[in-house]
Design a protein around this ligand. Sequence first.
Ligand SMILES: [Fe+2]
Length: 423
Amino acid sequence: MTPRQQRSMLIRKLMFSISALEDLGRALSSEERFEVRLRSVLSGIMGSLPVARGGLFLYRAGEPLGGWLRLAALRGMDLGPGLSLPFPREVREAFPQTGAPLPCREAPPAVADYLRSYRIIFDGLEAAILQPLRYRNEFLGLVCLGPKYSGGEYGPEDLELLRIMGAYSAIGLHNQYLLTNLEEANDHLRQRAAENARLCTDLREMYRDTIRALGTAIDAKDPYTKGHSDRVARYSVAIARSMGLPEDEVGALNLASYLHDIGKLVVDNCILCKPRGLDAGEREIINRHPLISYEILSNIRFPYRDVPLLARHHHERLNGSGYPDGKKGEDLTTAMKVLSLADAFDAMTSDRPYRPALTVETALAEIVRCVRDQFDREATGAFLGILRREAEGGIADDGILATLRHGGGELSPFLIRLESSLH
Ligand SMILES: [Fe+2]
């Protein structure tokens, strides 16, 4: 062969190698299932040499001998699926660290013994060459090829092409393992996140139920306050939302509505249920309940920090004549004013030992009369607006008005008059 012919032959081989590598790259990165891609990779390697028989094994570490080889793709013979061979550590370590292909006849004793131990496969493949698949120092698999189709020897260009294809395939395998690990980690994280979300919901519901149960226990202390905490919570949350208060204040109001009277738990029942004629000492004991509520609630870590203070000031009045601190309007937050209004409205519209429940009209007229001295104008206006909208839309079963006594007559014009009297 002339030098010119030799050069031309080399260029042809080079072009062929490049296109074989291109095919291999396509096979590795295709959208096919992993196993299908592995078969394409083996076909690509075999076709580029070409050889008639070959197998691709994937390595995984494991006991008892240090690892396993799983037959992932096979061509030129049939062995049935799912074959795994033990792959002892000393055999794996006998392969060249460089990632170069190993002709079987030059195999070190550990590898040669191994090939003999599994003749059924390696003799079946007429194993001529072994190409380890390594990524850096990691052993990922092995390609075993039979003799060349032409019957000729594996030349240096064949071995170099095989080495490059082996390195190329190992990178593809490594990427696949990374992706699989990432997906598994993602799945695991997704499961954990769903579990945490479930736990959070359960905890939130348990917390809400506990608060409600506590509210019911507080109400039960006094037969005339049955359902009080539930109603105060509904009124105050509706008013706060209508006034555009931030959600954390609405949340604090909701909790405080259930717990504001917790201090009553330590007040003697004879005083609490006395129909009339409390003496000064008894009055003082009753009037201390917001303070006791505050002290009890201050020991609890609520998700909103204002709950104890809201309980403390739910009987304050804007003119400073309330209790326990005699705070004036400017010292009270909007949420405190809302709670005070909701609490008073429910007290007025509930039966008491000394009088039946007031009608909505009477209670609201009284509240409007006390705006400035006792109740906040804006909160009162918001509450009237809520009730008016409800009255205009017909009284819903689960609305505020449905459970209250009415004085007869149309409620909506009455409410409009009250609202306009506020301005
Ligand atoms: Fe109270």
